[in-house]
Design a protein around this ligand. Structure first.
Ligand SMILES: NC(=O)c1ccc[n+]([C@@H]2O[C@H](COP(=O)([O-])OP(=O)(O)OC[C@H]3O[C@@H](n4cnc5c(N)ncnc54)[C@H](O)[C@@H]3O)[C@@H](O)[C@H]2O)c1
Length: 389
């Protein structure tokens, strides 16, 4: 690294459950430095700062106004994403936000407009598609292993979050629900693998009007469910691929694979029946089967020596690395290019998710108008430049 290299100085707003993995990931890379943190709960933020050696604890307003800060890491609850991101952009700071980009198309557009007007970069989670598993799938597709893709099916069936999250309120409020919470992982991944989506239809319902918190200090608290919690979407891609997705907080268990892509010459499968796996994580098994093989081929092979194992392992993102999208964004800012987990990609995903819900209410197909830049695959093995295009 050159002597003039300056890390991106980042202020963290939102110091809840997900912030630990971000802070752990950022600590491994020179590209970013978390210089301050804050939230609505300064007691929580002080504890987080002590745990992760962050020097300053401030209010969110102070962080946004701080001239020593280049970028805001927005890990607030979904209903606050747009307000915090817009305030940061208007104060001249780049933004990396947790998903979703916003809770409405209008707010999403305002964020993109503010980034253009101010010449600033917006990045948005999920960054899981940068993981070894998804880069491997993309390489299999790019190399034509299953021929021309024609279909895709994704599935994430969970029973919600109230058994493991002490404050699960936001998952059942506007901006939450399985399509806006789990959907970004699967849709971002599908768009990375298969290109933009042009038309959708949706059907949605909810199993319960109330949920009860089943862990932590608020155990027993009842929450009103304001959003649909079982959602099916039908997807048409610009490439001609057609697909379907199921995202649910109403499913106790399932053996359905997380993702399958059907091609003229074969199938790629992400098998994990365990709901914590799937498009939600960076690492894991990839299966494919072609017309030439009678069984599934595993990638990486447990003892394999072929190129695929190398491709999966060598760029080093085969562990939970949430926050790597922010590190990649810091590189993109330096190189004057879009980050891979870009605001434009997140806007496309937001437009699709909200259209699926609207389609369920209106009982009609809905056209998707945005066309995002499709992230480049990461440099292949042995490249010293982890993120270069
Ligand atoms: N918890 C998870 O496992 C998980 C996983 C992936 C992504 N996420 C996403 O991360 C985000 C945060 O989730 P979490 O589980 O950490 O939530 P959390 O409730 O544990 O923490 C939210 C934090 O945001 C702060 N906050 C809320 N509104 C704010 C506002 N208006 N201004 C400033 N600060 C505000 C709160 O004080 C708190 O520090 C959400 O978008 C969620 O979808 C969470």
């Amino acid at each position: 690294m050159s002597s003039t290299f300056q890390p991106l100085r980042v202020g963290l707003i939102g110091t809840g459950q997900i912030s630990d993995i971000y802070l752990q990931t950022c600590a491994k890379y020179d590209e970013v430095q978390i210089v301050a943190c804050g939230s609505l709960d300064q007691h929580q933020s002080r504890a987080k700062a002590a745990q992760h050696n962050i020097n300053k604890v401030c209010t969110p307003e102070e962080i946004i106004a701080d001239r020593e800060i280049d970028a805001i890491l927005n890990l607030t609850v979904p209903a606050a994403h747009a307000q915090v991101s817009l305030a940061a952009l208007e104060a001249g700071k780049h933004v990396y936000s947790e998903k979703p980009l916003a809770s409405s198309v209008d707010d999403g557009l305002k964020i993109l407009a503010a980034s253009i007007e101010n010449g600033l970069t917006v990045g948005v989670a999920p960054d899981t598609f940068l993981g070894g598993r998804w880069q491997t799938v993309r390489k299999l597709l790019d190399d034509g292993i299953i021929g021309r893709p024609t279909g895709v099916n994704v599935f994430a069936g969970t029973h919600g979050t109230e058994r493991h999250h002490p404050n699960p309120d936001f998952y059942y409020q506007s901006g939450g629900g399985p399509i806006l919470d789990l959907g970004p992982y699967y849709l971002t991944t599908m768009v990375f693998l298969l290109g933009p989506i042009t038309r959708v239809a949706g059907l949605a319902n909810r199993a319960f009007d109330q949920r009860m918190i089943e862990c932590g200090p608020r155990y027993g608290t009842k929450l009103d469910v304001e959003v649909d919690t079982h959602v099916h979407g039908m997807l048409e891609f610009e490439s001609g691929v057609v697909g379907s997705m199921t995202m649910s907080f109403d499913i106790w268990d399932s053996e359905t694979p997380r993702l399958e892509i059907y091609g003229e010459q074969g199938t790629i499968c992400i098998p994990d029946p365990d709901p914590v796996h799937g498009s939600n994580i960076f690492q894991g098994d990839v299966w494919y089967r072609t017309r030439e093989t009678s069984r599934w081929t595993h990638q990486p092979r447990p003892t394999g020596r072929d190129q695929w194992q190398v491709a999966n392992n060598d760029h080093g993102l085969n562990e939970d690395s949430r926050g790597i999208g922010l590190v990649e964004m810091a590189c993109a800012i330096r190189e004057n290019r879009l980050p891979r987990a870009s605001g434009k990609l997140a806007f496309h995903v937001l437009e699709v998710m909200l259209a699926i819900l609207r389609s369920s209410q209106k009982r009609q197909f809905i056209a998707i108008t945005s066309r995002p830049p499709i992230p480049e695959i990461l440099p292949q093995p042995n490249s010293k430049r982890l993120f270069a295009v």
